[in-house]
Every structure is written in structure tokens, then in C-alpha cells.
Design a protein around this ligand. Structure first.
Ligand SMILES: [Zn+2]
Length: 459
């Protein structure tokens, strides 16, 4: 068991007038670094990056002039990358867990994550407030792109969801998201009807809003793609679209003779390579992203076998937060032997499905689904575990890296991500090459967020 201790310190940026008479051009120089840019490409020769305020101000070959920056980081032998993105996190758990959620902001920086995509919760005002403070460099944390509250049916599973049961309520919900200036629409499927689900996507489409979601099993995948769904969270819905019997299974779900979990075995049994390839081609053609969330799938599938009681991360969690894990833990332990076995087989299947999606050219997003209620899927480390899972599925480390910030920024249509002059200085400095071993994404020496340099040290 590895034990990490963190020490965070901020370089205090003071002008050193006693030493130089001319003010340095830049605040930070990262000297002689191996550069791995946003596409995962390692540059041929080391370069020096200069940061001014919150921006990458210059990138030069390494013969540097001395003293043109106030602070110099000798990055010889290190690797500089754009900061990581976790493309599926949750801030949630109500009033009593606000402080705990707030503490995760620092954890993301500890783990090199400079941007997170919040996939909905019940703390939208706090999340938006934190993000404003982060952007103003008044607070340590990642940029948070948020869906705000999820859209679901009436009496939804998750607190804070906006209930939708008519076109009027869809309009109201989307009005409310637009007035909050959220970054996309997250659709959940606990009580949402087939019609409202498709109508949300179509209506959001007419408003140029990005959509992402689960999918009620009363809907066929192709219908969701045709309506304009931009990202599919989790692989259950993709699996459904790969069955030669999707229409028949969907009808059984509509009739009520089959449930969500009950259908999994049939879906796997009727997985059809031709149907699957057609589905993948449609996903690719429509530029629909897929967020596999493999790591949490792995954790939840093996809850009955793996003892997490000694996980070092637990020391960062309040008791009230750990208590939110109980529901999933109990369900996993009390499940029938068959259900436990099926769950593990489904996970194995999803790993293969991830590789098939990738091979077919579907754009994947690395997202951990960390947050309250999602047992032992920890904010920070879980994104690195997700990247490891992508590599275990068969992606190269370079391809896995692309599923983090590169694909994440494309999905949310955010410019200015990556190693280029004029971009935000959101970077990580790694001691080891992540293209050789994806676990090296955790060899973090510094995280740089909005130009502020944090030193990360772990023993
Ligand atoms: Zn989630």
C-alpha cells in the first residue's frame, strides 16, 4: 500500500527589485522541459515556457536568456503537459457536505487536475461561487464547468434535480439553466419518460445547448443520437444500441416485463458485431462522445470482494461523507451470487466495449464519476485510475491522455486549452514520462493553475 503525503506551497510572486532594475518580463520560467502537448505528442526537443499573469506568454527553444523571469523552475528531465481534466465529477450531498465538497477543490490540484466537468448535483450556487473565486485566483481549485441541476422526471432520485413532465416544464428547466449560465445540460433517467427525454434533447438542440446524459431504457440509442444527444454517460446505453434485439428488449421495458438490470444479460447475449459496428459508425458520424467511467465500474463491481477500509484517501473524508457510501456498499454485499457474478462480467464486457468504441473512432472522455454516494471513487486519484483503465482496455497512453483534456475541451467547445502562447497557464510538471507508463501521470512535481505554481510533494 502506497502512502502519499502532500505538501502544498504557493510560490509567492513578489517583485525582486533589489536584484534587478528592469522588471522581469515574465513571472515564471519552466526551463528545459520535455513538452507533451494537448494532443499527447512529445516535442522533439526540450523547450522553455514563460508565464505572465495567468497566461502562457512565450515558448522558446531552450537556450534561455537568464533573469527574464522572476521565478525559474529547472524542468530538465521533466515533462510539461496541459493540466488534466476529469470529465465527470459530482459536487453534492446537501448542506452538511458543503465543506467536504469544498476540500475536494484542493485535492484536484494535488492530482494535477486543472479542470473538472461537474455532472450535476444539489450545490449549484456553491459550485458557481467557488468557480468564480478560482478564476479570480482567490481560491485553489480547478476550473469547474457545470451542468447545474440535472433534468429528470418528477420525484427524481437525486436531490436538486429539475422535474420535467411536459414541454412547458422542459422550457422552464432550460430557461433556468440558461439564466444560470451553466455549461451543458445533464439528463438523468430515474423517472423521466421516453417522450420527455427525447423532447429535452430536441429542445436543447434548438437552443444550441450541449446535452449529456443517461438514457431511459424505454428509448432506443439511435433515437437519442437522432435527437442530438452530444455525450453518453456510462456504457449501459451504448451496450443497448449494440444488441440485435434492441427493439424487442425496449418493448419489454416499456411493457414493464423487464427492468434495467434484468435486461443486461439479454443485451450481452444479443450483442451483435454488425449492429455494434453500425452503432459505432453512427456515434462517430454524429460526433457523439462517450464517457465510459470504467474505474467506478471496477470499484462497484468488486465491492463485495475488495476491502477499502485501509484506503489512505479515507483520511481526507468526513464521516458524514463516508456514510453516503453505505447504500451502494450494502446493495453490493446483499446482492445474490448471480447478481455479483453478472456485475463482474458486465464490467469485463465494458472494458472490451471501450476498446471497440475507440477502434471505431468514437471520441471517449475520461471521467471518474467521483463524489458523494459513489463508493471509494475518490476526487483526484480516480481520474488517474480511469486513465489506467483506458490503457488496460487497450488504448495507448497517448490515446488515454487525449480522453482527458483534449477530448474534454472539444466536447464542451472550450477554446484555449493546451500548450500554446496565449492559452491559460494550466499545466502539470511530471517527473516521469506518462507516454511510457500511464501511471506516471501521478508523478506530479507541480500543478500550475491560472499561472499560480503549486508544489506537490508526496513520499
Ligand atoms: Zn455521475
Amino acid at each position: 500500500m502506497r502512502i502519499y503525503y502532500y505538501l502544498i506551497s504557493v510560490f509567492i510572486l513578489i517583485s525582486c527589485q533589489q536584484k534587478v532594475h528592469i522588471e522581469p518580463l515574465y513571472e515564471v520560467a519552466i526551463v528545459n522541459a520535455n513538452i507533451i502537448d494537448e494532443t499527447g505528442t512529445l516535442w522533439d526537443t526540450p523547450h522553455t515556457l514563460f508565464i505572465k499573469a495567468d497566461t502562457i506568454a512565450a515558448i522558446e527553444p531552450t537556450d534561455l536568456e537568464k533573469d527574464i523571469a522572476e521565478h525559474t523552475i529547472n524542468a530538465t528531465g521533466n515533462y510539461v503537459l496541459p493540466g488534466f481534466w476529469d470529465n465527470h465529477v459530482h459536487f453534492r450531498g446537501g448542506e452538511q457536505l458543503i465543506n467536504q465538497n469544498e476540500k475536494f477543490l484542493e485535492q484536484y490540484i494535488n492530482y494535477g487536475i486543472t479542470t473538472v466537468r461537474d455532472a450535476g448535483g444539489d450545490l449549484t450556487p456553491q459550485v458557481q461561487q467557488w468557480n468564480q473565486e478560482i478564476q479570480a485566483n482567490e481560491r485553489m481549485g480547478p476550473t469547474i464547468y457545470t451542468s447545474g441541476p440535472k433534468l429528470d422526471g418528477p420525484n427524481a432520485r437525486w436531490e436538486g434535480s429539475l422535474p420535467v413532465d411536459s414541454q412547458e416544464s422542459i422550457n422552464d428547466a432550460l430557461d433556468s439553466l440558461q439564466s444560470l449560465h451553466t455549461d451543458y445540460v445533464k439528463i438523468y433517467d430515474s423517472t423521466l419518460s421516453r417522450k420527455q427525454y427525447l423532447d429535452i434533447i430536441k429542445t436543447a438542440e434548438t437552443r444550441d445547448m450541449i446535452t449529456s446524459g443517461h438514457m431511459p431504457f424505454t428509448v432506443e440509442l439511435q433515437e437519442a443520437i437522432d435527437a442530438g444527444l452530444d455525450n453518453i454517460e456510462h456504457l449501459y446505453y451504448v451496450l443497448k444500441g449494440c444488441s440485435s434485439q434492441e427493439t424487442e428488449i425496449t418493448q419489454q421495458i416499456i411493457d414493464g416485463s423487464l427492468g434495467f438490470w434484468g435486461s443486461m444479460e439479454q443485451l450481452i447475449a444479443t450483442y451483435d458485431e454488425t449492429t455494434a459496428q453500425q452503432t459505432f459508425a453512427r456515434l462517430k458520424a454524429s460526433n457523439t462522445f462517450v464517457t465510459p467511467t470504467l474505474h467506478i465500474g471496477d470499484v462497484l463491481s468488486y465491492l463485495d470482494e475488495v476491502d477499502h477500509s485501509q484506503d489512505t484517501y479515507l483520511s481526507h473524508l468526513e464521516d458524514a461523507f463516508i456514510k453516503t457510501y453505505e447504500g451502494r456498499n450494502k446493495r453490493a454485499i446483499n446482492a445474490s451470487a448471480k447478481a455479483k457474478k453478472d456485475r463482474k462480467e458486465l464490467q469485463t464486457f465494458f472494458i472490451k466495449l471501450t476498446k471497440s468504441l475507440h477502434d471505431a473512432g468514437v471520441q471517449l472522455l475520461a471521467g471518474s464519476d467521483c463524489g458523494a454516494y459513489n463508493s471509494y471513487t475518490y476526487p483526484g486519484p480516480s481520474l488517474h485510475k480511469e486513465l489506467e483503465q483506458m490503457v488496460q482496455a487497450g488504448l495507448t497512453p497517448l490515446q488515454a491522455l487525449q480522453t482527458s483534456g483534449y477530448n474534454g475541451s472539444q466536447f464542451l467547445q472550450k477554446d484555449g486549452y493546451g500548450i500554446a502562447v496565449g492559452n491559460k497557464a494550466d499545466l502539470v510538471i511530471l517527473e516521469k514520462n506518462p507516454l511510457e507508463n500511464i501511471r506516471n501521470t501521478q508523478s506530479i512535481r507541480h500543478t500550475i493553475k491560472n499561472g499560480v505554481v503549486y508544489t506537490i510533494s508526496r513520499d
